[in-house]
Design a binder for this molecule. Structure first.
Ligand code: X90
Length: 276
């Protein structure tokens, strides 16, 4: 049986060593420019365009045909999407799955709504890749991933909520005061796949300690941790040191947010996917 894993580009993962994997791009639209969130995109150019532009910007998700094209004759496909509560990507993947299965009745597509994004999607994708190596029954892989999703989380600290509010992904009342005088928001992806604020902190150092205390409260012991950041390698490094010191985990993977997460999380942000 030949397997494929497909995610939308909000995972920030472009390649997966030794695994048949594809990322389908979302788009960031700024004035008349369409930034396609793939490996050729110049992230600095996108951020520069955004910071010198005061008008409206928006995003769009892959459509069913784009998902379908990525399935690419695989017998079994596992899709991992950004939360269905903030994007149409998951619905498009589900439509593509039923189109593909009716066209090829002996093939199967499983769609996982991450109810999250970024590094939590990477944890799920890595787990699917591991299971493909050891488990031959795809239904069992599906069930194990559903169980796995119960113990993965996404926490974050964001220096601004502007793009999330301007595009109606959060209530604009939430965005008030964030970004002023160094106030960052610390929050998490809720069980429903929406942004849930937990704290406000002045400066990123306080935000990092705050994240650690929320991870402890969530019951973190020694599970895997993945950090992603937007244009903030030093912050990601500091967070990593704190995770070592306070939580004793030394294997944190650090990634860069690609365009979609970069646009919404905004420069300076840190996202943390972890297993509790
Ligand atoms: O379909 C589209 O156009 C994409 C819309 C995506 C909207 C949300 C993106 C969030 C990116 C921001 C911080 C984490 C929030 C997590 C909430 C589940 C990352």
């Amino acid at each position: 049986m030949n397997y494929k894993i497909v995610s939308d580009s909000s995972s920030n993962l472009l390649k997966l060593e030794g695994i048949n994997y594809e990322s389908i791009p979302l788009h960031i639209i700024v004035s008349d420019k369409d930034f396609v969130d793939n490996e050729t995109l110049d992230l600095n150019e996108m951020q520069n365009t955004l910071s010198s532009y005061n008008g409206k910007s928006s995003t769009s998700c892959p459509n069913s045909q784009e998902w379908m094209d990525a399935f690419d004759n695989a017998d079994v496909v596992f899709c991992v999407t950004i939360t269905s509560n903030l994007s149409g990507s998951c619905t498009a993947a589900k439509v593509a799955a039923s189109m593909y299965e009716s066209e090829y009745p002996d093939r199967k597509v499983y769609v996982f709504d991450s109810l999250s994004t970024g590094p939590e999607m990477v944890l799920i994708i890595n787990k699917i890749a591991e299971l493909i190596e050891s488990e031959t029954n795809p239904d069992i892989i599906y069930k194990k991933i559903c169980e796995y999703q119960k113990k993965t989380h996404l926490y974050f600290e964001l220096p601004s909520l502007n793009n999330l509010a301007k595009n109606g992904r959060i209530n604009s009342i939430l965005a008030k005061g964030i970004g002023i005088l160094g106030i960052h928001i610390v929050g998490k992806a809720s069980d429903e796949g929406t942004l849930k604020p937990m704290d406000k902190c002045r400066g990123d150092k306080r935000a990092f300690y705050c994240l650690i205390s929320h991870m402890k409260k969530c019951g973190y012991t020694n599970g895997r941790v993945i950090i992603s950041h937007t244009n903030n390698p030093s912050g990601a490094g500091e967070m990593n040191e704190l995770i070592k010191k306070e939580l004793g985990y030394t294997d944190t993977l650090i990634m860069e947010n690609r365009a979609l997460c970069g646009y919404y999380a905004e420069p300076g942000s840190i996202l943390i996917g972890f297993e509790a």
